[in-house]
Design a protein around this ligand. Structure first.
Ligand SMILES: C[S@@+](CC[C@H](N)C(=O)[O-])C[C@H]1O[C@@H](n2cnc3c(N)ncnc32)[C@H](O)[C@@H]1O
Length: 361
C-alpha cells in the first residue's frame, strides 16, 4: 500500500514536471517554424512535387543548407512533423527505406505566391516582435500601461518604428496584406452580404489596402478608399481601383456609406477605440440610410468548444498587449460600441478565431 502511494506521488511529480517542461520548451515550436520560414522549407518541398527527402530539402532550400547540417535538419523536421506543420512517411526504394517529407494543410499555406501566409508568420516571429516579451515581467511592475511593452523595449511606438525602419515597415505592411488577402477571400465568399447595398466604403487604418482591394475586386461598383498614416500611404501601390488617403483616424475619417476596420481596434485601449468609433460615426450616414461600421477582429470566447481556438485567442490577447491592445469578449465590445454612441451591433462568427461585427448608428 505504502509503495503504491509513493509510486503514485512520484508519478504525480513527474507529470507536474512534464507540464512545466512542455510549456517551457513550447517556444521551440515557434523557433522551428521560424527556421522553416527563413529556409523556405515549404517551397523546397513544393518545388519537389510535394514530397522531398532531407538532402532534397537541403538543396532546394533558399538559402541552400550546408550538407553537413543534414542531420540537424532531420531534428528540425522531427519537431515540425510532431507539431503538424509537415508530414513524414517512409518510402521504400531499391536502396532501402527513406523518410520523405510532405506538406500538410498548414504548410500548404506557407507555399509562395500571392496566397502565402509566410509574410505574416515571419512578422510575428521577427526579433522586433518577440524581444519585448523578455521584459514582460518588468513591465508588469509599472503603475500605468504607458509606455507599452513595445515602447519600453524599442523606445518608440510600433507605428513610429515602421516609419523609422523602412525595411521592417515593409515587412509589417506585407504581413498585413497577406493576412488580408487570405481572410477577405473567405469574408467575400461567406458573408459578402455585409457589403451589399453599399456604394462606398473606407478601410480605416487599412495599410497597403489588401482588404480594400479584395472588396473592390468582389464588388467593383463599391468605391473603396484606404485611410492610413502618411508614411504608409506614401508606399501604397499605384494604379489600383482603390484610393489612398494619408491621414489620422483620431483626427478625421473621410465620409463613406460604411467604415471597415480590420485588425485596428484590437491595437488600442478602450478610450482610444471610443475616439476612433466616434469618428467613424461622424463619417457614415444614419442606419436607415445604410450607414454602418464593419469590424473584423476577434470576439474572445463565443461558441467554440475547440481548445486550440480558445488557446489561440488568449495567446493572441497576451501578444497584442505589447502595444497596449486587447482582444475583447462580447461584453467588452458592447461597452465600447455603446459608449461611442452606436445603437446596436451584430456578431457574425464565421471566420475561425475572428468574427465580423456589424455596428449600427
Ligand atoms: C494592425 S495594422 C492593420 C492594417 C490593416 N487594417 C490590415 O488588417 O491589413 C494597423 C494599421 O493602423 C495604422 N495606423 C496606426 N495609427 C493610425 C492612425 N492614427 N491613423 C490611421 N492609421 C493608423 C498603421 O499604420 C497600420 O497600417
Amino acid at each position: 500500500m505504502a509503495l503504491t502511494t509513493s509510486t503514485n506521488n512520484n508519478q504525480a511529480l513527474l507529470d507536474a514536471q512534464l507540464e512545466l517542461w512542455h510549456t517551457t520548451f513550447a517556444y521551440m515550436k515557434s523557433m522551428a517554424l521560424k527556421s522553416a520560414l527563413d529556409l523556405g522549407i515549404a517551397d523546397a518541398i513544393h518545388s519537389h512535387g510535394g514530397n522531398a527527402t532531407l538532402p532534397q530539402i537541403g538543396s532546394r532550400a533558399t538559402p541552400t543548407l550546408h550538407p553537413s547540417k543534414i542531420p540537424c535538419l532531420r531534428r528540425l523536421m522531427r519537431v515540425l512533423t510532431a507539431t503538424g506543420i509537415f508530414s513524414a512517411a517512409h518510402h521504400d526504394d531499391a536502396g532501402g527505406t527513406e523518410l520523405v517529407y510532405g506538406l500538410t494543410p498548414a504548410s500548404q499555406l506557407l507555399v509562395g505566391g500571392s496566397s502565402s501566409l509566410t509574410p505574416f508568420m515571419s512578422l510575428v516571429l521577427h526579433g522586433i516582435f518577440v524581444s519585448p516579451f523578455f521584459g514582460l515581467g518588468t513591465w508588469f511592475q509599472q503603475e500605468h500601461s504607458d509606455p507599452s511593452l513595445f515602447e519600453m523595449t524599442h523606445g518608440q511606438t510600433a507605428w513610429d518604428l515602421n516609419d523609422h525602419n523602412p525595411a521592417f515597415g515593409q515587412l509589417f505592411n506585407q504581413g498585413m496584406v497577406c493576412d488580408s488577402s487570405f481572410i477577405m477571400d473567405i469574408v467575400v465568399k461567406e458573408c459578402g452580404d455585409v457589403f451589399r447595398g453599399l456604394s462606398s466604403i473606407v478601410d480605416v487604418a487599412g495599410g497597403l489596402g489588401g482588404a480594400a482591394m479584395a472588396i473592390s475586386t468582389a464588388f467593383p461598383h463599391v468605391q473603396c478608399s484606404v485611410l492610413d498614416l502618411p508614411h504608409v500611404a506614401a508606399n501604397a501601390p499605384a494604379s489600383t481601383s482603390v484610393k489612398y488617403i494619408a491621414g489620422d483616424m483620431f483626427e478625421n475619417i473621410p465620409p463613406a456609406d460604411a467604415v471597415f476596420l480590420k485588425w485596428v481596434l484590437h491595437d488600442w485601449g478602450d478610450a482610444d477605440c471610443i475616439k476612433i468609433l466616434k469618428n467613424c460615426k461622424k463619417a457614415i450616414p444614419p442606419r436607415d440610410e445604410g450607414g454602418k461600421v464593419i469590424i473584423l477582429d476577434m470576439v474572445v470566447g463565443g461558441q467554440s468548444s475547440n481548445i486550440k481556438h480558445k488557446e489561440t485567442q488568449v495567446l493572441f490577447d497576451l501578444f497584442i498587449m505589447f502595444v497596449n491592445g486587447v482582444e475583447r469578449d462580447e461584453q467588452e465590445w458592447k461597452k465600447i460600441i455603446f459608449e461611442a454612441g452606436f445603437s446596436d451591433y451584430k456578431i457574425i462568427p464565421i471566420l475561425g478565431v475572428r468574427s465580423i461585427i456589424e455596428v449600427y448608428p
